[in-house]
Design a protein around this ligand. Structure first.
Ligand SMILES: CC(C)(COP(=O)(O)OP(=O)(O)OC[C@H]1O[C@@H](n2cnc3c(N)ncnc32)[C@H](O)[C@@H]1OP(=O)(O)O)[C@@H](O)C(=O)NCCC(=O)NCCS
Length: 158
């Protein structure tokens, strides 16, 4: 039976040890936060342990600096047989009177595992709203690109 995905939201603070000497947060630290919430979204959706198989096209559009609050939102937007694509959005929050500003997005492909750490089936995603349909279409494109890339990479090694 198909299943609705929930949005997972988290907040954190940017401390000096998260940033370079000029105060800008390291991209790797942002990715670690994104990867964690993507895993939580995938675990909540599938009810399984998961592992990150791929991260697609991360663009750091705006800097996040020491003292910013970071809001991270994650949602499963596409499902295959054993894999799920989780869209993660990151916002910085500086001033209480302004809405958080979108800084970064990325799609994480997470694979669900059975108890023997073999890829296992996930419930098909229930897609209802226009936004969910658009997100699913983009994720399908990302999946197809990953399939093509893997095939070419395997051929290159053969
Ligand atoms: C991800 C992993 C489980 C895939 O194992 P595998 O033997 O290739 O398994 P499969 O070929 O059956 O692929 C399983 C699913 O993952 C997807 N997948 C595997 N590699 C992928 C990639 N590079 N990009 C996108 N999807 C990928 C497949 O499309 C398949 O999805 P589907 O069942 O929905 O069609 C395996 O490569 C692995 O354990 N990698 C290390 C993961 C890890 O440690 N991550 C943390 C970073 S250190």
């Amino acid at each position: 039976m198909s299943k609705k995905a929930e949005v997972i939201t988290d907040w954190t603070f940017v401390f000096p040890n998260d940033a370079n000497p000029y105060g800008a947060m390291f991209g790797g630290k942002v990715l670690a936060i994104m990867d964690t919430i993507a895993a939580i979204a995938a675990i909540r959706y599938s009810g399984r342990t998961v592992s990150t198989a791929a991260v697609e096209a991360v663009e750091f559009k705006l800097p996040i600096v020491v003292g910013d609050r970071i809001q991270t939102c994650a949602k499963v937007v596409w499902t295959g047989r054993t894999s799920m694509i989780v869209k993660v959005d990151v916002y910085r929050d500086r001033r209480a009177e302004e809405a958080p500003t979108h800084c970064t997005s990325a799609h994480f492909t997470m694979v669900a595992f059975d108890d023997d750490r073999r890829p296992t089936g996930v419930p098909p995603l229930l897609v209802e709203t226009d936004e969910e349909k658009t997100d699913q279409q983009l994720a399908e494109l990302i999946h197809q690109q990953a399939v093509t890339r893997r095939k070419k990479s395997d051929e290159g090694r053969a």
